[in-house]
Design a protein around this ligand. Sequence first.
Ligand SMILES: *Cc1c(COP(=O)(O)O)cnc(C)c1O
Length: 461
Amino acid sequence: MRYISTRGAAPVLNFGEAMMTGLARDGGLYVPEVVPQMTHAEIAGLAGLPYEEIAYRVMRPFIGDTFGDVEFKVLLSNAYKGFGHAARAPLVQLGPNHFLLELFHGPTLAFKDFAMQLIGQMMQAALAKTGARITIVGATSGDTGSAAMEAFRGLANVDLFILYPHGRVSDVQRRQMTTPVEANVHALAMDGDFDDCQARVKDMFNDFDFRDGVRLAGVNSINWARVLAQVVYYFSAAVSLGAPARPVSFTVPTGNFGDIFAGYIARKMGLPIEQLVIATNQNDILDRAIKSGEYKTNGVKPSISPSMDIQVSSNFERALFDAYGRDGAAVAALMEEMKTGGFSISQGALQMLRETFASGRCSEEETRATITHAYATTGEVLCPHSAVGVKVAEEHLGQVPMITLATAHPAKFPDAVEAAMGTRPALPDRMADLFDRPERMTRVANDLGALQALIRERIAL
Ligand SMILES: *Cc1c(COP(=O)(O)O)cnc(C)c1O
């Protein structure tokens, strides 16, 4: 299995290398050269299996010889044993033909645990073989950072630095990043917003001396291994509802386009997905792009679904790569144009995108109303991100069962949920003491040189 860059000018890598590299050296994102297919019989054979076994069968063809069969099974088992639900990704019903896929039973209560727990296990296993150490630096608007802290704390061959915008993440998110006690994980509270944090991380990756010197690796949502781990629950949910004999549709609350791109891969592998619906909050660059063909930034408006407050969607580049006939030079040119604020999608590419994705947007008012309404009619308490998905899904209901991804536990965003519903969602018992644990973090300026010096100093210890 070989991986190529969406910009066509970086080395071709195997799975392990693509996982360790994250962002390609030409600035592009790694994608499989060929997406492996699953037959109708192979998909049907997934029904009723434990989540870890489905994960093994779906992911195995992508992994190549990076891990042995038994080794990979052990990694999967370790990754998901800390989840608070035996099904890992249970489905609940919201209406006659509408289901909610609860992806928030992991250790930090958001879907990012599915990918992060596994990538932590996989990176550590790969590094242990050679004794090498790496430094992971990531930017977060909240959920990525907490999931990474939880996944990498205590791993022997990894130092993890998470940059988050000071004062702009929820108390639960912050505490999940600042309370792990292990010395190899570092929470850095930076002056600025999420885009500033992400820009500094990009700068570090583009500084090849620094990148090679500290053996920099990334676990942001552009890492192919993360996308791959998320493909699994599309299969587990679909077969629960009768796929492949019966097609299903999915609606995905979207920010960086990672989660929904995983659904796109599941469909390419052969899973019969009828509609794949992009759901955005008021930061609606993707909805506007699909409807108008103009991919243009519009500033970030802070919302009550902050994990989807993005200016540009980094993983959208992977969809563009396919839409432009896998022409890396064309994608590189678009991304160059992006620096001036946006570009127009070509007619051919736009047609492909519209055939592949439906889309919708949900305002702040609609998000609150959906939380209230879902609770009143089903008893289900939605987080604001999941509510964005549910609202947009309701506009796309049809003959085929609709599965909306619930991306976070409501207790992760208690203020927004309480404002909509009148009651405050409680943290699950296993993290009820989160607010009693001591916090540990470092305040940092939005200054590349100072950040690099701090990282070099910490990993030298
Ligand atoms: C990260 C996140 C999203 C957006 O996921 P993408 O893969 O960036 O589209 C949605 N909801 C929650 C709760 C998240 O943490």
